[in-house]
Design a protein. Structure first.
Length: 502
């Protein structure tokens, strides 16, 4: 039979990506409308946030969210969205946006998103992602090598730190049950003694550790927080004391979570010491390096990660210090054999026959089924920018963080909680003598700066009091930007206290 020819266009053609003659022009016209709209907003914005109130934004959105049965032109819809949605967003790429572990995306990552969305590969089975499967595998190998894992290491791209930590806790639980009791949790559910199982982590570990262990059926009580030292690092002596106490009580500690870059302070738990202890006691060591893994590309500070290669599993987030659009994370494991503990087979997706024939279906090592081709963002970024430049970006943010801490210490009304920041986060409090409510004052400073759009900084709690925080991920944020924001904090405090600002 000869090839069939499409005789007429359907009513739906203009809404899909077209192949063939003229398709590229149709696609380009639509993309250019979006680019032009964003470019107009970026040109007009000179601050990280418009400063609108919650009520203002909700009011502006009310008309945009009215939906019609009839189609509208893209040009018309973008015009509607421009103010209420695009302008009212947090402009994370602005140099004075320095609140959270929320990075400005590099252009290769943004452009890769267009390719990813257009191709719409599904990373669960090879026949849905024939090239993408092997791009991800290569990137997994690259990062596993950087961590220091052998060829037995493996991993998978994830939605971010929470999912990666969940996978670490899942595999640690199931491996312990299998090795101690020969019990297969995947098949038989939790063993009778599950209420005795315990996980240790820093009292400043990410909340997803406790959340994951709870979701895995062990309950929040199974997570034992360990005290930190004055540098906000998990105390090794406390780890040993806690494990010994748990054992004396007949409980079963089986895993330790080491944080490599805490959310507030960027503190790094003692990796080598914890690795020694876990090896001695036969405990699973999971390293949550969602933040700190950016140091894998650093030229000046990679030594801070000494010992990470001895972990059983590692969390990495590329949408933090690799400047990728959300979401983009990775879970790495030292021994790929453990991934069998989460593998399921479906006849329509990843049948056992595929495995026997050497067909690689990535769903075998993920807790997700449908999954995005996020590895392409990382590949494009590494190739366009190069690893040396990315490492310099990381080092630059650390230098600016140290400058910020030193400058705050020199100003007598500030107290800096971490005067020697481990990574790029600085926690501090404005403490004027004339304020009876220092905690309340710092909260008002943060909110006023945000709602005036002058700077986006974070607030957190230290010993029950509200503190302020810089999280410096943008390598384009300069010392001058930091000085400007500190000046604004002082000015804002004086306005709130009713004094005459200088």
């Amino acid at each position: 039979m000869g090839t069939t020819t499409k005789l007429a266009a359907t009513a739906f053609d203009t809404f899909f990506l077209p192949y063939g003659e003229g398709g590229g022009e149709h696609f380009r016209n639509h993309v250019e409308l979006v680019v032009d709209t964003l470019a107009e907003v970026f040109q007009e914005m000179d601050q990280p946030f418009e400063g609108k109130t919650v009520q203002d934004i909700q009011q502006e959105l009310s008309g945009v969210l009215d939906l019609s049965e009839d189609p509208q032109s893209l040009h018309e819809v973008l015009r509607e969205l421009k103010g209420p949605v695009i302008k009212n967003s947090l402009h994370i790429s602005h140099e004075r946006s320095m609140a959270h572990l929320h990075c400005p995306p590099v252009l290769p990552g943004v452009l890769a998103e267009l390719i990813i969305s257009s191709l719409n590969q599904s990373m669960d089975s090879w026949d849905q992602s024939p090239a993408a499967t092997y791009v991800e595998e290569a990137l997994i190998r690259y990062w596993s090598d950087l961590i220091g894992f052998s060829e037995r290491g493996d991993g998978v791209f994830t939605s971010g730190g929470t999912q990666s930590n969940y996978m670490g806790m899942l595999l640690a639980r199931d491996e312990f049950c299998l090795s101690k009791w020969g019990h297969i949790v995947q098949r038989d559910g939790l063993p009778e003694a599950f209420k005795k199982m315990r996980v240790l982590c820093s009292e400043e570990a990410h909340f997803s550790v406790k959340k994951s262990v709870a979701q895995l059926g062990l309950g929040e009580q199974a997570v034992v927080p360990v005290l930190v030292n004055e540098d906000h690092q998990m105390d090794l002596d406390e780890v040993r004391r806690t494990v010994e106490q748990l054992e004396q009580e007949g409980l079963l500690p089986y895993a330790v979570v080491s944080t490599c870059g805490t959310t507030d302070y960027g503190s790094i738990d003692p990796l080598e010491g914890l690795a020694d202890f876990c090896e001695e006691k036969g405990l699973w060591l999971h390293v949550d390096a969602a933040y700190g893994a950016g140091l894998l590309l650093s030229e000046k500070h990679i030594d801070k990660l000494a010992g990470i290669n001895r972990a059983d599993s590692v969390t990495l987030d590329f949408h933090k210090w690799l400047y990728q659009p959300i979401s983009c994370g990775m879970f790495a494991i030292k021994e790929r054999k453990h991934l069998r503990l989460l593998s399921h087979h479906a006849d329509y997706l990843n049948p056992l026959e595929d495995e026997e024939e050497g067909i690689l279906n990535l769903v075998n090592k993920s807790v997700q089924t449908t999954r995005r081709f996020d590895a392409l963002k990382v590949l494009l970024t590494l190739k366009v920018l190069g690893t040396r430049l990315l490492g310099k970006m990381v080092d630059q943010t650390m230098e600016v963080a140290r400058f910020a801490a030193e400058e705050l210490e020199h100003r007598h009304r500030f107290f800096v909680e971490n005067p020697s920041p481990e990574l790029s986060a600085v926690v501090f409090q404005y403490q004027p003598e004339e304020s009876p409510d220092v905690s309340g004052l710092n909260r008002k400073i943060q909110q006023k700066l945000f709602h005036e759009g002058k700077a986006v900084i974070a607030k957190t709690t230290v010993r029950g009091e509200t503190y302020l925080k810089f999280t410096l991920l943008n390598p384009r944020t300069t010392e001058e930007d930091v000085l400007s924001v500190i000046d604004e904090i002082e000015h804002t405090a004086k306005v709130i206290l009713g004094g005459t600002p200088h």
